[in-house]
Design a protein around this ligand. Structure first.
Ligand code: ADP
Ligand code: MG
Length: 626
């Protein structure tokens, strides 16, 4: 009986293998662009018809090929990019497996034109189902043009698997965008069904981003640029108010290769700490430059996944570098009254990402008052700023500055610090100068917001969330350090708790101690509060303890927080001054001082904004001065 095992015919093997490389028109676009970039092209045109199903054409002005080479490229494992096993250890090109053209040719009708210097004629090859149909000489510019027609014409099942035209076109646009973002030195043209969607001149990365995403969007980005011995990270991350409900605007590259990687994604996300609201994802474009020996790009035929020699190392670098870049920027939300368009997503701008029901152009929120943009880093140095306010308050320079007088409903807080409702004595080092009381540059309104003039406009601080941020960070650092600031009570308070709260206090006792609660367990669900954190108002200790426990339980149900983080949040939320608490000038200054000494002054631990700015230009515009 004849054996049943046999080797597959090359055409069939190629068709099968093609499935891994060419899943959809966008994969063809990706592979062809990679080849053009590997050939050092400086101009690349991508032309598609019917979302790439009818035609994908990529034209470059790269090195081109000799006619001998051109005849080889449709064979599987034909490549000029690697030769030895060592080469595979350190890939510096986008392609290296020698599979792309063979795969494409197995499932489509392909025409290749190419000319290499110094030859003065080019080669034209026509291939169908891996069979060479035509080979002639052509006159052409240096470079290569590949036309791929009727993708999957010979594998109908695959063709039927393709998604809608819109989806397939969007996939192609995503590929072109990624490539264009990370290769700003290349000129790109992108045409779909005779409509030019992109025409990008070679530019700096900054300008390329502006071209792709719009000026306004660009302004909301923070530059990341850091080099260590191990790696370099370059790119941009979005300020928190530019975050998205999905991960679509996340571009990660390793040595300018677009990759998908959950760990690094998470590292970036993590760097935003509490800056993002739940369910929001940051915008980012980051390229990690890494010794190619330290990353294996040969894990998947589509080369979108990679394996790192040391992933946790990369994770830590990315986390700390992105965090640092965010912290180095003043992420103060500015109030904008503008009614012009909110920067649309790139897709919307080009009109190819239109989902039903998503209006392009100005969005409905655009007309309402909202936090739309953020001020640039250069505008404010908060510490200097408040130093200045403090100094100014010591003199009567303010009057000489010709500052405006205030409308009467702006309540100027000038009471001496003694008659305060503010429960927390601002803690100052002994001998440290008390700021002068009678000031004019800081006010409280509605016992809720603190207003202050800054060089570029008006700063508004929500007193409750500001204090919450301060207490939260204090609590967190108290967990790390061993010296809590406890005020011992003259009259310890005995409190009867529910059985479950009693056991919660028991469980949290060490942590409570760290943030300044001195609570003794007395048995029978009774605790004695002997000391309270310096920030807690004497007289309200029992209430605050109960509130903190309740908040802790709430958080526990709602989200999975680390115990200490939960406790810090609960405490901060409950012990912070409330809207309605009247503050005097000293208290306001100290509050703001302390706020800007925190690591993340612009958002409260729950993600609400703490600070908002109204730029002078905005006021000028409102009052018709411009
Ligand atoms: P790989 O890119 O993995 O080497 P491909 O099948 O994509 O495999 O391409 C095979 C070879 O064809 C490449 O190694 C390269 O030498 C040549 N080639 C393909 N496209 C181009 C191009 N646009 N310009 C110059 N050479 C090209
Ligand atoms: Mg290739």
């Amino acid at each position: 009986m004849a054996g049943r095992v046999h080797i597959l015919k090359p055409e069939l093997a190629n068709k099968i293998a093609a499935g891994e490389v060419v899943q959809r028109p966008a994969s063809v676009v990706k592979e062809l662009i990679e080849n053009s970039l590997d050939a050092k092209a400086t101009t690349i045109s991508v032309i598609v018809k019917d979302a790439g199903k009818a035609l994908v054409q990529v034209i470059d002005d790269g090195e081109g090929m000799s006619s001998e080479d051109a005849l080889l490229v449709f064979q599987r494992h034909a490549t000029s990019k690697i030769a030895t096993a060592e080469d595979l250890e350190a890939i510096t090109t986008l392609g290296f497996r020698g599979e792309a053209l063979a795969s494409v040719a197995a499932v489509a009708q392909v025409e290749l034109r190419t000319r290499q210097e110094p030859h003065d004629t080019g080669t034209l090859l026509r291939v169908e189902g891996n069979e060479l149909k035509e080979s002639t000489k052509v006159a052409m510019e240096r470079g290569t043009a590949v036309v791929v027609k009727n993708l999957f014409y010979n594998t109908p099942a695959r063709r039927n698997f393709l998604k809608t035209r819109t989806t397939e076109l969007k996939n192609i646009s995503d590929v072109v965008t990624r490539m264009a973002v990370v290769h700003p030195e290349v000129a790109w043209q992108y045409v779909s069904d005779d409509e030019e969607l992109l025409n990008l001149k070679p530019k700096s990365t900054e300008d390329r981003l502006k071209d792709l995403f719009g000026e306004r969007h660009f302004e909301s980005l923070v530059n990341v640029h850091e080099k260590t011995d191990y790696l370099a990270i370059d790119g941009f991350v979005g300020k928190p108010d530019f975050s998205r409900k999905s991960r679509v605007d996340q571009f990660l590259f390793i040595n300018r290769r677009f990759i998908l990687n959950r760990a690094i994604n998470h590292a970036v996300f993590q760097a935003y700490e509490h800056l993002l609201e739940k369910g929001m994802f940051p915008f980012y474009i980051l390229n990690i430059t890494l010794d190619p020996h330290k990353v294996d790009v040969n894990v998947h035929p589509s080369k979108m996944e990679v394996k790192f020699e040391n992933e946790s190392n990369i994770y830590r670098f990315v986390l700390s570098i992105v965090r640092k870049s965010l912290a180095a920027n003043n992420l103060i939300p500015a109030l904008s009254f503008q009614t012009d368009d909110i920067p649309g997503r790139f897709g919307e701008r080009l009109g190819f990402a239109q989902r039903p029901g998503t209006p392009t152009g100005s969005s409905p929120q655009a007309t309402s008052l909202g936090i739309l943009s953020q001020v640039g880093a250069e505008e404010i140095d908060i510490e200097k700023l408040f130093g200045k306010i403090e100094r100014r308050m010591g003199t009567d320079a303010a009057q000489k500055d010709g500052e405006a007088t205030f409308p009467t409903d702006l309540q100027c807080a000038t009471q001496p610090a003694a008659d305060r409702v503010f429960p927390h004595r601002p803690i100052r080092a002994p001998g440290e100068k008390e700021p002068v009381q009678e000031g004019r540059a800081i006010w409280q309104i509605h016992n809720k917001y603190i207003l202050s003039q800054i060089r570029t406009g008006l700063l508004i601080v929500d007193q409750h969330v500001a204090h919450e941020r301060i207490l939260y960070e204090n609590a967190l650092s108290n967990f790390e350090n061993s010296l809590p600031t406890t005020q011992q009570l003259l009259f310890p308070q005995t409190v009867q708790l529910s059985a479950s709260d009693y056991s919660l206090v028991k469980e949290l006792a060490p942590h409570l101690g760290k943030i300044g609660f001195d609570v003794k367990l007395f048995g029978k669900n009774t605790v004695v509060i002997e000391g309270i954190p310096a920030d807690v108002r004497v007289g309200s200790e029992a209430q605050i303890l109960q509130d903190v426990l309740d908040e802790f339980k709430n958080n526990e149900h709602a989200q999975t927080l680390d115990v200490r983080d939960n406790l810090a949040k609960s405490f901060a939320c409950k012990a912070a001054i409330k809207a309605g608490d009247r503050l005097n000038t000293t208290e306001m200054i100290v509050l703001i001082d302390q706020l800007f000494a925190t690591q993340m002054p612009y958002v409260c631990p729950h993600g609400r904004p703490v600070v908002v700015k109204i730029p002078v230009d905005e006021l000028d515009r409102r009052f018709g001065r411009t």
